[in-house]
Design a protein around this ligand. Structure first.
Ligand SMILES: [Zn+2]
Length: 290
C-alpha cells in the first residue's frame, strides 16, 4: 500500500516521517527543512543576491564606512533590533513569498541598523543579511514594499513591562552576560558547535525555557542569583543540548513580590562536559543526577 504523500526537506529531499520534525522559517510558505544546515544551504544564493545589491548601492553612494568595525562596535544593538525594531517593511514577490526589512537606530545619534529577515510565529527566524550605516540614503534603499504600520500585528514586540525591566537591569544583564560569555569561550571545544552558528539555534531557547529537562540555581560572582535551564534535543539524528542562563530578579508586580527570570545567554552544545558545568548549585527541576 502506498503511503500518504511524504513530507520532505526542501533542500536535501530527505523524507521526514512527521511534520513536527521539520523546521520552518517562513510564515508565508510551506517550505520545511530537516536541519539548520539545509536552511542555510537553501537560502545561501539569496543571501548573496541581497548582499550584492547592497554592496553595489554602497559603491554608488561612495560610502567608505568600515562596516565590519561598525558592526562590532554596535553589536549589542543588533540583538535589540531583532526583538524591538523601530520599523518593518514587507517585500512580497509574485508568488506571495515575503522578505522583511527591519531597522532601528543605535542610540540617539548612532548608525542605522539594517536587516533582511524572514519571520515565523512573529519572531525573526532567518537572517539573510545585516548591515549598518550612518547614511540615510543607504537606509532608504531598503525601504521598499509595504511599511507595516502596526508592528505588533506581524511581530511579537517586547511588552512595556519587559522593556522597563530590561532598562532597569541593563547594567546587571550586561555584566553577567560578559562573565558568562568569557566562561563559555574558555570551556568551548573546537569540535563543538561554532559560536557563529548559535543564532541558528535561537528557536530552541523558548522551548528550553518552557520545558527544561533540568534546571539549577546558583549565585553569580557578584552575588546575584542565576538559573541555568538545560534541555536535550534530537533533530534528525543529531543530538545537542540547549542551555539558557537566566538572571533571577525580585520585582513587585501588582504589589506582590515575585521572582522573574531574565534570559541572559542561550546557546547550543554537543559537549556533555560543557553542559555539566552548568549543573551546579541547587537542582530545582529534573531527575537528580548522581
Ligand atoms: Zn535537509
Amino acid at each position: 500500500m502506498l503511503d500518504a504523500p511524504a513530507c520532505f526537506c526542501y533542500q536535501c529531499k530527505t523524507i521526514i516521517e512527521s511534520v513536527e520534525r521539520l523546521l520552518f522559517v517562513e510564515e508565508e510558505t510551506n517550505r520545511g527543512f530537516c536541519s539548520e544546515e539545509c536552511i542555510e544551504e537553501f537560502f545561501r544564493p539569496l543571501m548573496e543576491y541581497y548582499r550584492d545589491q547592497s554592496d553595489s548601492y554602497r559603491k554608488k553612494l561612495n560610502l567608505d564606512e568600515n562596516v565590519d568595525a561598525l558592526k562590532i562596535q554596535f553589536e549589542q544593538y543588533f540583538e535589540d533590533l531583532f526583538e524591538n525594531p523601530s520599523e518593518i517593511w514587507k517585500l512580497e514577490n509574485d508568488l506571495g513569498e515575503a522578505l522583511y526589512f527591519m531597522s532601528s537606530q543605535a542610540g540617539k545619534d548612532g548608525p542605522y541598523l539594517i536587516a533582511l529577515v524572514t519571520l515565523f510565529s512573529g519572531s525573526v527566524s532567518f537572517v539573510y543579511f545585516t548591515s549598518i550605516s550612518y547614511n540615510l540614503e543607504f537606509l532608504n534603499f531598503f525601504r521598499v514594499g509595504t511599511k507595516i504600520e502596526e508592528l505588533e500585528k506581524v511581530f511579537k514586540m517586547r511588552t512595556n513591562m519587559e522593556k522597563e525591566l530590561m532598562e532597569e537591569f541593563a547594567s546587571d544583564i550586561e555584566m553577567i552576560k560578559s562573565e558568562l560569555l568569557a566562561d563559555l569561550l574558555m570551556n568551548h571545544q573546537e569540535t563543538d558547535i561554532d559560536a557563529e552558528k548559535y543564532s541558528l539555534y535561537d528557536r530552541y531557547m523558548q522551548v528550553t525555557m518552557d520545558g527544561p529537562d533540568d534546571a539549577y540555581r546558583y549565585p553569580a560572582k557578584d552575588g546575584s542569583e542565576l538559573l541555568s535551564v538545560i534541555k536535550a534535543f534530537e533533530v534528525e539524528g543529531k543530538s545537542f543540548y540547549y542551555i539558557v542562563t537566566c538572571l533571577i530578579k525580585s520585582v513587585n508586580i501588582d504589589e506582590d513580590e515575585s521572582e522573574i527570570l531574565i534570559p541572559v545567554l542561550g546557546f547550543p552544545t554537543v559537549d556533555g562536559k560543557l553542559c555539566s558545568l552548568y549543573r551546579k548549585g541547587t537542582q530545582v527541576i529534573g531527575a537528580l543526577r548522581s
